[in-house]
Design a protein around this ligand. Structure first.
Ligand SMILES: *[C@@H]1O[C@H](CO)[C@@H](O)[C@H](O)[C@H]1NC(C)=O
Ligand SMILES: *[C@@H]1O[C@H](CO)[C@@H](O)[C@H](O)[C@H]1NC(C)=O
Length: 160
């Protein structure tokens, strides 16, 4: 089955970012944020905090109330018993702080095998809501996170 929805661009906007080459967490990673590099232009509804802004390259900030759909892909080599990829909501105007979605992945034999973790989430945002991504490795280490296309985030904001 295939279902299609058409959303007029006047009531939606999209943003894509890939993980930043610098500051990628590795080793025994605990609650470490991922930093991004925006590859699509800014929109009036959402942008990645720029250098000079607080939480630069970490927080995606929404400027209008709506519903967002977030798709996050992480590609890495690790030896962790458990890897947790979490989408966190930062405190905005009247918003709550804490995780909004989480994906958990299990053990990979140590070596050079790439593992992929994907997370999809849909939730409401307010003007001022910010979200960011954290990574946790339980017992083991993160050897490498790819920055070449495999680790990215896409955000669709819709005015509903
Ligand atoms: C969002 O909040 C900012 C700062 O409070 C304000 O300047 C802006 O007009 C608001 N945007 C909308 C769409 O209400
Ligand atoms: C994002 O990552 C996915 C899965 O790793 C990949 O298939 C896709 O091409 C990437 N997109 C971009 C824009 O890098």
């Amino acid at each position: 089955m295939l279902s299609l929805i058409w959303i007029p661009s006047a009531v939606s906007s999209a943003l894509t970012a890939t993980v930043s080459r610098t500051g990628l967490p590795s080793g025994a990673v605990r609650n470490k944020p991922l930093f991004f590099q925006q590859i699509s232009p800014d929109t009036p509804q959402v942008h990645l905090a720029r250098s000079g802004e607080p939480n630069s390259r970490k927080n995606f900030i929404f400027h209008e109330k709506g519903t967002v759909n977030i798709a996050l892909n992480l590609k890495l080599i690790h030896s962790c018993n458990i890897v947790k990829l979490t989408l966190q909501q930062a405190r905005g105007q009247g918003g709550q702080a804490g995780p909004v979605a989480q994906q958990v992945s299990g053990f990979m034999p140590e070596g050079s095998q790439w593992a992929s973790i994907g997370l999809r989430a849909s939730f409401q945002v307010q003007n001022g809501t910010a979200v960011y991504v954290t990574l946790d490795c339980i017992r083991g280490r993160v050897n490498q996170i790819t920055h070449e296309g495999g680790t990215n985030i896409s955000i669709l904001w819709v005015a509903v």
